[in-house]
Design a protein around this ligand. Structure first.
Ligand code: GLN
Length: 395
């Protein structure tokens, strides 16, 4: 028997919490509110577009930067939303999901030893990829609100302290997984000022850009702030917007001088995303209809019902204005920590959630919370709520 061999830089990350919790959910037949993926199938047009693309014979490698209709559809979608003109050839790189875009940016634009500022809690993919690229993360904590109805916030001084002469990049995930925070113009302006002062590149993961539940908290692109266009790499994808997370079609939008680095890495990672799905993605982006509005309204309703149920059970639910997720504090129920709470939920209550301590540099910061995904059919959320009624305090 060989013991598992894993490179030292990956050992700290173990097995992804998403794989662990989905497996636990399957073992216990629990409603999976852990890993963030919808339990429905995306727009009807998606399937036709995919089978049409296969029938049309789009089965070979595509152009490295993306099939022309997709690059053009991404640029057209930006223009139609008033986000400005982007050059589909020089500024857009299509990747295998936003995940590959993240890896391409980190490997293609930075050198081992460079520092990157990361807000925590973070989607753990960022820190694992930073480790693979040899980057050194500097963490800034988003603190849970002390007043009911407020969102997570960071301390401006802590952010300033995180920038050092070695800082080359900052990761901004807005709207934010796992908290559902949408960064305000004021917050983004503060970050932009620091990027300009220190010559730092902003990498913004905006995959939840269309899932906005409060008009008073609109999504603002970092790239749109004065002086940021030539310093920002904007990442997004088809998956969250159109409930097609398994299609793995993403993109990086960046000025030509930064796209150069993204492409330098992307060509040697996957070279291109799945060709037929790129063509299908172009068709979907050209005719989005009101799919995203419908999905945002389903999600907002799910968030409200699930949140109210968790509050009735004694958890404190933090405000979430976007994404697939909400964070809730289970501290009043007396479980040892987030892992104990989530294990109990999956095994004895029949609902799986994510223990968010893995999203913190110091796991203690996340141990009184759990992340619940509400990106499901209404009936699934209702079934989860029925099961949650069995939840009792630990003591
Ligand atoms: N983004 C998804 C989530 O936060 C997980 C993606 C994955 O499984 N790697 O749940």
């Amino acid at each position: 028997m060989h013991s598992p061999r894993v490179a030292e830089r990956l050992v700290p990350f173990g097995t992804s919490i998403f794989a662990q919790m989905t497996r636990l959910a399957q073992q216990h037949n629990a409603v999976n509110l852990a890993q963030g993926f919808p339990d429905f199938d995306g727009p009807g047009l998606a399937h036709k577009a995919a089978t049409d693309a296969l029938a049309a014979g789009h089965s070979q490698y595509s152009r490295m930067i993306g099939v022309p209709p997709l690059n053009e559809a991404i640029a057209a979608s930006w223009a139609s939303r008033g986000l400005g003109t982007i050059d589909p050839e020089r500024e857009i790189t299509v990747t295998s999901g936003c995940s590959e875009a993240i890896v391409s940016v980190l490997l293609g634009l930075f050198n081992p030893g460079d520092e990157i500022v990361v807000f925590e809690p973070y989607f753990d993919f960022y820190t694992a990829c930073a480790a693979m690229a040899g980057l050194v993360p500097r963490f800034v904590t988003l603190h849970p609100p002390s007043r009911k109805g407020d969102g997570f916030t960071f301390d401006a001084e802590a952010l300033k302290r995180a920038f050092t002469p070695r800082t080359k990049a900052i990761f901004i995930n807005t709207p934010h997984n796992p908290t559902g925070k949408v960064y305000s113009r004021e917050e983004l302006t503060l970050i932009a000022g620091l990027c300009q002062r220190h010559g730092v590149i902003a990498i913004t993961d905006e995959v939840y850009e269309h899932l906005i539940y409060d008009d008073a908290q609109p999504h603002i692109q970092m790239r749109s702030l004065p002086g940021m266009e030539d310093k920002t790499v904007t990442l997004s994808s088809l998956g969250k917007t159109f409930s097609l997370t398994g299609w793995k079609i993403g993109w990086a939008v960046a000025p030509a001088h930064l796209s150069a680095g993204v492409r330098a890495a992307h060509q040697f990672l996957t070279f291109c995303a799945a060709t037929p799905l790129q063509h299908a993605a172009a068709a979907i982006l050209r005719e989005p209809g009101d799919y995203t509005r419908g999905i945002a309204s389903l999600m907002a309703g799910n968030r409200d019902r699930l949140g109210a149920a968790l509050e009735r059970l004694g958890l404190t639910v933090h405000r979430s204005d976007s994404t697939y997720f909400l964070m809730a504090d289970h501290g009043a129920l007396g479980y040892a920590d987030d892992r104990a709470f989530c294990r109990h939920l999956a095994e004895h209550v029949g609902v799986a959630a994510i223990p968010p301590s893995v999203f913190y540099s110091d796991p203690r910061r996340g141990q009184s919370m759990a992340r619940f995904a509400f990106c499901k059919r209404r009936e699934t959320i209702d079934e989860a709520i029925r099961r949650l009624e069995r939840l009792k305090p630990a003591r």
